[in-house]
Design a protein around this ligand. Structure first.
Ligand code: X2X
Length: 341
């Protein structure tokens, strides 16, 4: 009996001063919905699922999250994911900077053609002052960003022919993603771009409604694009899209400070695992993913520095134009971070 009274007193003492974890947890939802475009085994889904697992473990199940891949919470329209998260239709997301760039113009930075030559450049942006500015821009739009993961360097593929120069792209029908920047880039290269969601992309490639697309090689492999006629890949590394872990502001504010810290740290830890998965087989000392794709019968073209430069030159106008839209100061800061990497 004495134990019971003491227990109650201790519980009251813990719960009363400042509505801490125990009190707030009662208001937590049974399930928090995490939106992604791709589930596991894609690195995207690996990152999101790791986040869910770590939060569950570290909160003893107080915060229960579930991944909804295929951007199904917004009927597959990935360009609406950010707005839905801001509105609370989605609680959380691990999303590509491309898909959120219609709402957060600064995110177009990563899509500037040929801004980032390598992973070190990408890291210099996300892990440096540019990353902080980008997170501030997201927060200004009413969503709380927590950590970075990665989709990857996006290579161009098509069903028609090897691409070694912008001339080879003349008239090619290309599926592109949701920011107008991509229309501009592919138009500048002489191609014929059509914007469509990931959900529509594979059918369009399968029927030949479009000739090609651009995406990281791990997506090429896992989506089995070799089986739908995408026989040619050119490694041009023209841009890479990071992924961002983020959360609706009201949901964030409903968490106790301790739980906020757990959720944020779990995102950072999950992001590291996601980035490792995204880079597997694509690093200087391990090119095994490229070899694996070659072994499928796909023709993989590497560009000489001169050949690559022709693509840089052809898209320079798009770069300059979009640097103005993104914010010249942010772009300058990014160029400096990359130069000093
Ligand atoms: O739609 C795409 O190409 C994808 C899956 O890479 C993104 O969501 C940006």
């Amino acid at each position: 009996m004495f134990k019971g009274v003491l227990g109650a007193l201790v519980a009251a003492a813990v719960a009363l001063p400042g509505l801490t974890t125990a009190a707030t947890a009662a208001d937590y939802k049974d399930e928090y919905k995490v939106s992604t475009v791709l589930g596991s085994p894609f690195p995207w889904g690996i990152a999101a699922e790791e986040w869910v697992k770590l939060v569950d473990e570290r909160t003893d199940g107080r915060i229960s999250m579930k991944v909804y891949p295929g951007t199904q919470l917004v009927q597959g329209d990935q360009t609406k994911e950010f707005t839905a998260m801001r509105q609370g239709i989605i609680d959380m997301a691990v999303g590509s900077t491309i898909n959120w760039s219609p709402q957060v113009k600064e995110l177009n930075l990563f899509s500037l053609p040929f801004l980032m030559p390598d992973y070190a450049a990408l890291d210099a942006l996300t892990q440096g002052p540019v990353g902080e500015d980008i997170f501030a821009a997201i927060e200004k739009q009413g969503v709380v960003p927590l950590a970075w993961a990665e989709n990857g360097f996006r290579e161009v593929t098509n069903s028609q022919k090897p691409i070694t120069s912008p001339d080879d792209m003349a008239g090619l029908k290309m599926r592109v993603v949701g920011s107008p920047l991509f229309n501009d880039t592919f138009t500048a290269l002489g191609a014929n771009p059509t914007q469509m969601s990931w959900a529509d992309a594979k059918p369009a490639l399968t029927t030949g409604a479009v000739d090609g697309q651009e995406n990281p090689l791990i997506i090429y492999k896992l989506a089995k694009m070799d089986t739908i006629g995408q026989d040619h890949i050119t490694l041009w590394h023209y841009m890479a899209d990071p992924l961002i872990f983020a959360i609706n502001k009201r949901v964030w504010e409903s968490f106790s400070p301790e739980d906020q810290e757990i959720v944020r740290q779990a995102a950072v830890d999950a992001g590291k695992i996601g980035i490792k998965a995204a880079r597997a087989g694509l690093t200087e000392d391990d090119q095994s993913l490229i070899e694996e794709i070659r072994s499928l019968g796909t023709e993989v073209t590497e560009l000489t520095p001169e050949q690559r430069q022709a693509f840089v030159d052809a898209t320079r106008g798009v770069y300059d134009d979009w640097a103005q839209k993104i914010g010249p100061e942010l772009v300058k800061k990014a160029e400096e971070s990359i130069a000093n990497r």
